[in-house]
Design a binder for this molecule. Sequence first.
Ligand code: ADP
Ligand code: MG
Length: 381
Amino acid sequence: MKSLLLEKFRTAFGRAPEIVARAPGRIEFIGNHTDYNGGTVLGAAIDRGVWVALARRDDGRRRFASDQGGEVVAVAANQLDKLSGPHAWVNYPLGVLVALRDAGLALPSGFDYLAVSDLPTGAGLSSSAAIELASGLAFLAATGQTVPRETLVQLGRYAENKFVGVPCGILDQGVSGFGRKDHLVFIDCRGPRFDTVPLPAGAHIWIFNTHTKHALVDGLYAARHRECMAAARALGVALLADLSPAALAAAGKKLDPLEARRAKHIVEEIARVDATVVALRAGDLTAVGELLTASHRSSQHLFENSTAELDFLVDALVGVPAVYGARLTGGGFGGAVMALASGDFGPADADAVSGAYAGKFGARPDVLHAQTGDGAMRVAL
Ligand code: ADP
Ligand code: MG
């Protein structure tokens, strides 16, 4: 990737970059819709990501190029307004500049900027967080500033929430920032507080992206958010994370059946995240897999954010002996399924699952065998 980046930088700008930074994509390992309920979540940074190369200019102009085609976009130094149309991708680095400004940090004035990626975009792997964190590191390096990793994560999230306008939780940027090869990232969303947990050797992550998306997905997320907050209110707590499964069972009669299902999913899902950490530390992949599949069943029946496509993939995958467990990953209502498998699960197994899926739904999912990878960092030139 680095040689491709250098070559593309030279083609776009006729010179070499001074700074290179890279940040990975991520998957949600377990912890479905727990973030805005004040709960915990486990994610994995993967071995694919976005690379940003930068060279400063002294005329104050900011020029942006990307491997995703399109022309070089030139923006004046004092111009931090949102762009639209084919230039809209520049809102990610522009949003990071706005985040730096609003945090009272220095901004590089002029520069040439290039983003290249080996991460599929819009595939639920959070290329958006990756481009934000790689941009953030490059801009900080260009101005000789260093910040704690937590701050880099918050700058990326601010760019996405406040400038681009996507209300994502802390998972995307947190995992891209704190990822570590052969580890998962644990996030207590209320701090937020970040930690890493070793992923036992021999664990393989496979992702099956259906490219399906419910037409009303934004409204459905908003409805789940509302239902969770209503359940918390009815139970007299600020957030559902304040309840243990036992406390919920004792108080659950205060809820109508729909709120009771939502609350049970969230409270038990948080308990599953914590149990997953214990199982990981014990090196017990069988137990981890059972928790992953239980998470899916809870999404399917209690949170009701699965789909026939996702259920089909999970059912097919858990029938394969080399698969420890499988679940929908991300917000649901379409998107992707992840499987945790042993090294015995191979391309032929993935192909059989994809073929069965295509037989029923007419198109194959995209399959990615992802390795865990390190979080955002500068790359030596
Ligand atoms: P996801 O985060 O799941 O990949 P999003 O819709 O949140 O999907 O973010 C994808 C957007 O991020 C792209 O449409 C583009 O604007 C921006 N992006 C990601 N990678 C690149 C890249 N290499 N070059 C330019 N823009 C990128
Ligand atoms: Mg995104």
